[in-house]
Design a protein around this ligand. Structure first.
Ligand code: PLP
Length: 383
C-alpha cells in the first residue's frame, strides 16, 4: 500500500490555496465570484521586463544556469541592495531561487536541526510555521494585537527565547497584518539577536508596498547574522515568473546553494534575464503601483469600517484583516458565508493565527472593491 512519509502527513495544505480553488470551482460552474483571496498584484508584468525575456529567448538563453543564478542577475541584485536598502553584499553572497518561497525553504533546511525553535510574530504568513516544521524545527508564535497595529513587542520576543531558539523570522511589511516595523524595533531586535546568539531571516517581499512608514532592512543592524529574502513577485508583478533571492552570510548562502544544486538546480533561465531588467529599472512602475494600492487601501478600509466590520489601517502590503464578528463569530463560518452568499472569496484567519478575522487582498481594481463592499452590505443586511 502507498504510505506517505510522516513529514508529508504533517504538512497542511495552504488555506489560501484551498479557498481560491473552491472559488475557482464555483467560477467554473458559472457563479460570479470576486476573489479577494489571492496574494498577487493585478497589474501586468511591465513591458520592459517582457521585452528582456523575449530577447533572452531569442538569444538562446535557454539552458541551465549556475546553481546560484546568472552573474548578471546577482550583480544587479547586489547593486539594488546597496542602492535601495543600504546593504553591501558581493554577488557571491546573493543566491537566486525559484520564488521567495524557495529561498525560505532552502534557508530553513540549511539552518534547522530537529527541535530547533523558530520565533514567528503572529498573525503570520501561513507558510512560515509549515516550512519550519517540514524542515524539522519547531515554530513558536510571538503574538501581536490589532490594538497595537500588529506591532512587535521586543519584550515578548525576549520572553519567548529558550535555549533551543535558533532563529527569528520577520516579515515587514507583513502578510497578513500590513505592519511595518520601525527602525527602533529593528535595532532592538538586532541587539537581542546579538545578545542571545540568534539568526534572523527577514522576508522583505513587500518592501516597496508601503504607505505611511519607511521600510528598513534589519540587515543594516546585524549583517553577520541576517538573511534577507526578497523576490520579483510582488514588486514587479511577476508572481508567475518564480524569481526570488536571498543575501546573507557566505557560509549560509553556500549551504543554500548546495541544497538547490540537489533539488531545482537553478531558477528559470529566461525569468532570470527578465529579472535583471526588473531589478535594475522599475522605479516608475513601483511608484505607480504604490499609488494605486494606496487608493485601494484607503477605500476598502473606510468601506469595511463603515459597514461595521472593524478593520485596522495597514501601513504596507496589500491585505486587510477584518473582524467578521457581525457576520459570524467563527471566522471559518464567516468566510464560508461570504463566499457562498456574497460571492466574495476571502481567507479565514485560522491558519494565519488571526482568529475572528478574515483576510482580504485589495490587489484588485477600485470597481471590484466597490462591488465587494456592496455585496457585503447585502449580506450584513440579511443577517
Ligand atoms: N513571503 C510572503 C510574506 C508572501 O506573502 C509571499 C507570497 O504570497 C511570499 C513570500 C512568496 O512569494 P514568491 O514565492 O512568489 O516569491
Amino acid at each position: 500500500s502507498l504510505t506517505l512519509s510522516q513529514k508529508v502527513r504533517n504538512l497542511k495544505p495552504s488555506s489560501t490555496v484551498v479557498v481560491s480553488s473552491r472559488a475557482l470551482a464555483l467560477q467554473r460552474a458559472g457563479v460570479d465570484i470576486i476573489s479577494m483571496a489571492v496574494g498577487e498584484p493585478d497589474f501586468d508584468t511591465p513591458p520592459h521586463v517582457i521585452a528582456a525575456a523575449k530577447a533572452a529567448m531569442d538569444a538562446g538563453k535557454t539552458r541551465y544556469t549556475a546553481v546560484n543564478g546568472i552573474p548578471e542577475l546577482r550583480e544587479a541584485i547586489a547593486a539594488k541592495l546597496q542602492r535601495e536598502n543600504g546593504l553591501t553584499y558581493s554577488p557571491d553572497a546573493v543566491t537566486v531561487t525559484s520564488g521567495g518561497k524557495q529561498a525560505l525553504f532552502n534557508a530553513l533546511f540549511a539552518l534547522l536541526d530537529p527541535g530547533d525553535e523558530v520565533l514567528i510574530p503572529s498573525p503570520y504568513w501561513v507558510s512560515y510555521p509549515e516550512m519550519v516544521s517540514f524542515a524539522g524545527g519547531v515554530p513558536v508564535a510571538v503574538p501581536t494585537t490589532s490594538e497595537s497595529g500588529y506591532q512587535l513587542d521586543v519584550d515578548a520576543v525576549r520572553a519567548a527565547i529558550t535555549p533551543r531558539t535558533k532563529l527569528l523570522m520577520l516579515n515587514s511589511p507583513g502578510n497578513p497584518t500590513g505592519a511595518v516595523f520601525p527602525e527602533s524595533t529593528l535595532r532592538e531586535l538586532a541587539a537581542l539577536a546579538q545578545e542571545r546568539d540568534l539568526l534572523i531571516i527577514t522576508d522583505e517581499m513587500y518592501e516597496h508596498i508601503v504607505y505611511d512608514a519607511d521600510q528598513i532592512s534589519i540587515a543594516r543592524f546585524a549583517p553577520e547574522r541576517t538573511l534577507t529574502v526578497n523576490g520579483a513577485s510582488k514588486a514587479y508583478a511577476m508572481t508567475g515568473w518564480r524569481i526570488g533571492y536571498a543575501a546573507g552570510p557566505l557560509a549560509l548562502i553556500q549551504a543554500m546553494n548546495a541544497i538547490q544544486g540537489q533539488s531545482t538546480s537553478n531558477a528559470n533561465s529566461i525569468a532570470q534575464w527578465a529579472a535583471v531588467a526588473a531589478v535594475t529599472d522599475s522605479d516608475a512602475f513601483i511608484e505607480r503601483s504604490r499609488a494605486a494600492f494606496r487608493q485601494r487601501r484607503d477605500r476598502i478600509v473606510a468601506g469595511l469600517n463603515a459597514l461595521g466590520l472593524e478593520t485596522p489601517t495597514p501601513q504596507g502590503a496589500f491585505y486587510v484583516l477584518t473582524d467578521t464578528a457581525p457576520i459570524h463569530p467563527d471566522e471559518l463560518e464567516a468566510a464560508r458565508l461570504i463566499l457562498d452568499e456574497a460571492r466574495v472569496a476571502v481567507v479565514p484567519g485560522t491558519d494565519f493565527a488571526a482568529p475572528g478575522r478574515v483576510r482580504l487582498s485589495y490587489a484588485t481594481s477600485l470597481e471590484k472593491i466597490e462591488e465587494v463592499l456592496d455585496r457585503l452590505k447585502v449580506l450584513l443586511d440579511s443577517r
